[in-house]
Design a protein around this ligand. Structure first.
Ligand code: GDP
Length: 195
């Protein structure tokens, strides 16, 4: 289980999607939230996903095939302050189109920086998942950066914004640095694909 992971391709438009169809688990979140680190931590790989350095990487949709069974699809991050309005609009269009076409999406991980209040784009993304009935879990990432009482406070804040979240059911604490939360997330995936 989860032994075989392959980077398949990065695409910049919906015309270039991989031809082989598998069920998909999408990863969404603001840029720099730790999506690449999340992938590498889950599968114990150092460089399956390239961490924040490849130019343009944040604008592409990246496909990873796991056990020849399902794709992890890393969607472009949003909300990076230095991108132009045009680029933000392009992000919105690409991601909205991708999600709305379903593409065999069976689950979504919405990755959030546990230090930050959810942004408007986090809220629109959450709305989108609900309107397309995509089951999802929120990943509260970088918990190593906070102490326990800050984590609790920020958990309350996120639950006020997204009242359907329940800790350890569809909200998981995660730290790529400390490898915290990894097993719980793998359990979610094993229930989806290995039952
Ligand atoms: P992406 O742009 O969402 O793919 O984010 P990356 O995975 O490239 O991570 C962005 C930055 O956050 C990098 O400097 C990572 O080392 C850092 N980072 C990611 N996850 C964690 C975490 O759990 N804890 C800490 N302390 N840093 C993290």
């Amino acid at each position: 289980m989860f032994e075989n992971q392959k980077f398949i391709k990065s695409v910049f438009s919906l015309k270039e999607l991989p031809s082989e169809k598998y069920p998909q688990v999408i990863l969404c979140g603001r840029s720099n939230v730790g999506k690449s680190s999340f992938i590498n931590t889950l599968f114990n790989r150092k460089e399956l996903a390239k961490i924040s350095s490849t130019p343009g990487k944040t604008r592409s949709i990246n496909f990873y095939l796991i056990d020849d069974k399902f794709y992890i699809v890393d969607l472009p991050g949003y909300g990076y302050a230095k991108v132009s309005k045009k680029e933000r609009e392009y992000w919105g269009k690409l991601v909205t189109e991708y999600i709305s076409k379903k593409n065999n999406i069976v689950f979504a991980f919405h990755i959030l920086d546990c230090r930050l209040a959810p942004s408007e784009l986090d809220i629109s993304l959450n709305d989108m998942m609900k309107s397309y009935n995509i089951p999802y879990a929120a990943i509260f990432n970088k918990v190593d950066k906070l102490n326990q009482s800050q984590i609790s406070q920020n958990t309350k804040r996120i639950m006020q914004v997204f009242p359907d979240l329940v800790l350890n059911q569809n909200l998981f604490y995660f730290s790529a640095l400390k490898k915290r939360g990894r097993k719980k997330v793998l359990t979610v995936l094993s229930e989806l694909f290995y039952k």
